[in-house]
Design a protein around this ligand. Structure first.
Ligand SMILES: *Cc1c(COP(=O)(O)O)cnc(C)c1O
Length: 376
């Protein structure tokens, strides 16, 4: 097969990225600060609305790490975390020396289950320790059950860190994902809906917390002419060159969301007659999903073999991938507590992510259609 590979999600430049990068070179702002960094932050603040403040960082993982620090998570604390997610959601809990407590998914959005979240909170409190934070994820761009999750968090007074790494452009009740939590995080990794080649951001309503995040992200330097430190710092700021790519990408974000939603529509049509397959979709019209990746799931345990479809697509040089393997099933987290009844594990067993890039051509779509039809 000598046809070029079709990827799940590949970088998609809009055209103006170079203009911002050239400006960085012209003005010699080749540093982790500069006009593109603050411009990119303002672009995102304007886009998200709600009066939020944004700190541009070197990755989404760095943003999660700083969010945990700002929530006061320390050694031996517990943090509740959605199990069905990318490892980057959970790893920063370990960076802080804290313990992740994993929570199963619900069926509708495949995100953190309100039922098991509350069960876990009650049980952890009974066992003597109230969890310090909740990490909830809008997986594949699908908003989690915002009303339910935030009601529970409010009832027990626990901060929510909203992992919106995959959900820039998604909304719930018309409000942008990333703006619901005490802290929200975004990722601009190469495979995300927009990219800076690598980067992320912390979102907060509290201007002081944005300043604190930037202070920690630039080695926690005290105000003094010499280098003085009274806290441990990090090197987590975004570079002015990367931020230039981000500025160009913000100009095409809405177009990317439309393209990804069109890809979802494409698959919905393709599988419309296959009753053993469900295409993950918005449960109600209060949800608006950017459909970063389109996810299909085999219904009723197995008449449809998604791993056979994956192997079939591979022969056509088309990439597809199982869903994230739940954290509670990962060797590295085998000792962490888990609350649930198997929804995340079943989704992992029976689900598949399909090529969803915003830059797929008609020819590539035809190749995908032919390959899937051939399998069906
Ligand atoms: C990509 C991703 C992250 C991490 O972002 P990076 O910028 O790659 O560090 C965190 N959580 C989820 C759900 C992600 O998909």
């Amino acid at each position: 097969m000598n046809k070029s590979k079709i990827y799940l999600s590949s970088p998609h430049m809009g055209g103006n990225e170079r203009k911002y990068i050239d400006k960085a070179f012209e003005e010699n702002w080749i540093a982790p600060l500069g006009p593109n960094v603050s411009g990119f932050e303002e672009d995102i603040e304007k886009y998200l609305g709600e009066g939020v403040n944004v700190a541009a960082l070197s990755s989404g993982t760095a943003a999660l790490h700083l969010a945990l620090i700002l929530c006061g998570v320390e050694r031996a604390d517990e943090v509740l975390c959605q199990s069905l997610t990318f490892a980057a959601s959970a790893n920063p809990i370990i960076y802080q020396g804290a313990t992740p407590v994993f929570i199963d998914s619900e069926e509708e959005t495949l995100n953190i289950s309100p039922e098991y979240l509350e069960k876990a909170i009650i049980d952890r409190i009974e066992k003597g320790k109230k969890p310090k934070a909740i990490i909830a994820v809008h997986l594949y761009g699908m908003p989690y059950k915002v009303d339910e999750i935030h009601a529970i968090a409010g009832k027990y007074d626990i901060s929510v860190i909203e992992d919106s790494a995959e959900a820039l452009g998604s909304t719930y009740r018309g409000q942008k994902c990333g703006t619901f939590g005490k802290y929200g995080i975004l990722s601009f990794n190469g495979n995300k809906i927009i990219t800076t080649s690598g980067g992320g951001a912390l979102v907060t309503r509290d201007r002081k917390m944005k300043e604190k995040a930037i202070f920690l992200a630039t080695q926690a330097r005290d105000a003094a002419p010499h280098y003085q430190h009274s806290q441990i710092g990090y090197n987590y700021r975004l570079s002015n060159v990367s931020a230039g790519i981000g500025r160009g990408q913000m100009e095409v974000l809405d177009a990317h969301v439309l393209n990804r939603r069109e890809m979802n529509e494409f698959y919905r049509e393709l599988f419309s007659t296959v009753k053993e397959v469900k295409v993950l979709s918005e449960p109600e019209n209060t949800y608006f999903c950017n459909h970063w990746l389109t996810v299909i799931k085999a219904e009723n345990n197995g008449d449809f073999d998604t791993s056979a479809l994956r192997e079939h697509l591979e022969k056509y040089n088309i990439e597809s991938r199982p869903l994230w393997k739940p954290m509670h099933l990962q060797p590295v987290f085998k000792d962490a507590p888990f609350y649930g009844n198997g929804v995340a594990a079943a989704a992992f067993e029976s689900g598949l992510c399909l090529p969803s890039g915003s830059n797929l051509t008609e020819e590539e779509k035809n190749r995908i259609r032919t390959a899937i039809k051939d399998f069906l």
